[in-house]
Design a protein around this ligand. Structure first.
Ligand code: GLN
Length: 322
């Protein structure tokens, strides 16, 4: 039988209160100085079901920058603009087992292309593919897609953008390597500027849950069956999230949590449960979108409490896609 709404809310509130204690074991990202200002105690979750049921708990109104989760959006837009074949000819779909900003695999000897769109080498390559000659032009379709999904036009956090721009030695090193090897399809400065801006888009856990809901339903808005993201692109995106979405902890996340997810260093996690997951007690979780925010990170750069909270929910509600 279906549980009542109030009970469900208390249930999730209890988990958030419990996992908030875990935040002390992590650290907020500081390599982008502006991100170090985040409150490490924050933890929030938003779950949005197909039938409109929303369960929100914790610091749900705290805005944060999207960071690496933006790689999902730039990949989707590049596929829409250039075609899936074009994009995947230039960026592979293999996990690296290395950190997101690793330069270990840059020589790409066997594959001859960046490993996947979610490591920085692949993400910069994807951003360089986006149509447009200015950061504004390149970002417009990403912001339009977001606006369509979340219902308002998100802003770019200028402080975070500046802060990353001014401390971007590692991403510049990756960028110069891509330039030298002929992977960049736009000017390097334009690519970096656009990439730092896309990472600085401000969102909330509710926004992430809405994006998750669309992806969960293979790119369709379950409320009106409108296609927001082409089905094939949504499917590939979810496969990439599962295999490469949680950096070098992706294998563990797939094993212990078992749902597609993408994290960012500001502490956000975009996750979803496919509609094929059946649950008679909690039917709203079939094909739901999930947004999590907890800026204290574990050593690989994922929200420490966020991962534990997702793991708990996934096991309680049997969300694993396997
Ligand atoms: N803007 C960040 C970077 O490129 C995004 C990284 C992340 O969220 N993992 O370093």
């Amino acid at each position: 039988t279906q549980v009542d709404r109030e009970w469900l809310q208390e249930y999730v509130d209890d988990w958030v209160a419990f996992y908030r204690k875990v935040t002390v074991e992590g650290n907020v990202a500081s390599y982008i100085p502006e991100l170090a200002k985040a409150d490490p105690n924050h933890l929030g979750i938003s779950i949005l079901g197909k039938n409109g049921t929303a369960v929100r708990s914790g610091d749900v109104d705290q805005a944060f920058t999207i960071q690496s989760i933006s790689k999902v959006l730039s990949f989707i837009i590049a596929c829409v603009e250039k075609g899936v074949g074009y994009v995947l000819d230039r960026v592979d779909v293999e996990p690296t087992g290395e950190a997101f900003n690793s330069i270990m695999h840059l020589e790409m000897k066997s594959l001859n292309k960046p490993f996947n769109p979610f490591v920085n080498a692949g993400a910069l390559t994807v951003t360089s593919m986006l149509n447009g000659n200015t950061p504004e032009e390149k970002l417009a379709p990403i912001l339009e897609l977001l606006e369509k999904i979340i219902g308002y036009r998100p802003v770019i956090n200028e402080q975070v953008f500046r802060s990353e721009f001014e401390t971007s030695a590692r991403n510049r090193a990756i960028g110069y390597y891509l330039l030298e090897t002929g992977f960049l399809e736009s000017d390097l400065e334009l690519t970096l500027d656009t990439y730092f801006r896309q990472c600085s888009i401000e969102i909330t856990v509710d926004d992430l849950a809405k994006i998750g809901l669309i992806l969960a339903n293979d790119g369709e808005d379950p409320n009106n069956e409108e296609e927001i993201i082409p089905r094939q692109v949504a499917r590939i995106t979810k496969a990439l999230m599962l295999t490469c979405g949680m950096y070098d902890a992706s294998g563990k996340f797939a094993t212990y949590v078992g749902i597609p997810a993408k994290s960012g260093v500001s502490g956000g996690i975009l996750a979803l449960a496919p509609p094929r997951v059946r649950n008679t007690q909690f039917p709203f979780i079939e094909g739901c979108g999930i947004g999590v925010f907890g800026p204290a990170l574990e050593e690989r750069g994922n929200s420490i409490a966020g991962i534990k909270l997702l793991k708990h929910i996934a096991s309680q509600w049997d969300l694993s896609i396997f």
